[in-house]
Design a protein around this ligand. Sequence first.
Ligand SMILES: [Zn+2]
Length: 392
Amino acid sequence: MVNKKALALLLDPEKADLSALPVTADCRPDYIFVGGSTGGDTTAFVRALKKKLSTFDFRLSTIPLVLFPGNAEQFTPEADAILYLSLLSGDNPEYLVHQQVRSARRIHASSVEAIPTAYILIDGGVETSTMRVTGTKPLDPSNAEGIQSIIDTCVAAELMGKRVIYLEAGSGALTPVSPDIIKAVRAATSLTLIVGGGIRTPEAMHAAWDAGADIVVIGNHFESHPESLADFVRAGSASLTGSSTDERFMRLALAEAQKALAADEIPVGCVIVSQGQVIGRGHNLTETLSDVTAHAEMQAITAAAQTVGGKYLPDATLYVTVEPCPMCAGAIGWAQINRIVYGAPDPKRGYSTYAPRAFHPKATVTAGVLEDECRTLMQNFFMRKRKTGISG
Ligand SMILES: [Zn+2]
């Protein structure tokens, strides 16, 4: 589900004021969770939320909207995914299995991704609405026996085939789930770990991430301080620069190249990025489409133009695993892309030999990002080709 530390913004359909939603292209959570312990019209809410996000900025419509339901009635096919929760910390069959059975048919018939999730309440110092509604007690993190019980519950979740563990201190918790508990759970299981409840500062978010949480959820705090979302997002993006931005996006281009490889195509991949968001991606498809123009860059440029609804991409950076050929360099020039980043050089077919002035005059080029990985992928492909050519 996640390959980096992520921030989820939790919106309760009954409480959230969409007109005050401070989400922008620069202030963008990784996920939006939608749910509450009582109800609200989730379908209408998700529709309104989608509309709101896409009218703000087209890039925001790519934020995954994930249901975090309090009961079966909160399911809506409008969402992208649903945390298919089972309240494993409690002993109420209603929330262990009955609500799940009640919603199963509708979820199964929809295109919404169901994510099997163990929902585990940890005592955060106050009685929460989830405790009241479900009639269950949280696990006690204040003594050795309670901590063991938390760990055992998480291990059981993994054995049951859950994919995600959600440690919940509860909306309005006095204390969030402690880093020690998160560390202990992280050491005991390999599942995606979501932590929420009582997280009121970027420091607390970092403490949870550093302890091993994959996704930190802020909700209740945000409802009373909507402007603070920017602080969390800024604090988050600053910490994600362990590898450079260029390397991060080149990895996405490499992932595209892997798709080409899987289809027995020359493994070249490309992503186009605008204001920190991927707006187009593509991989080489010349064999699949019997089309010599179906290079990775051409696919990505077409996709990006569709995303922005225009043919020029002057704010964009194009990442491609191998130096573009003259044809692609021409297309990149026509699209007015102003920055090109590539991995491995291609002295035999690259633009720099044959068409060094093909890009837009103001465009800048960065070469050699993750060069070794990009080149190795190509070399392995051609070596394999030669071998299969001999035996076949
Ligand atoms: Zn090309």
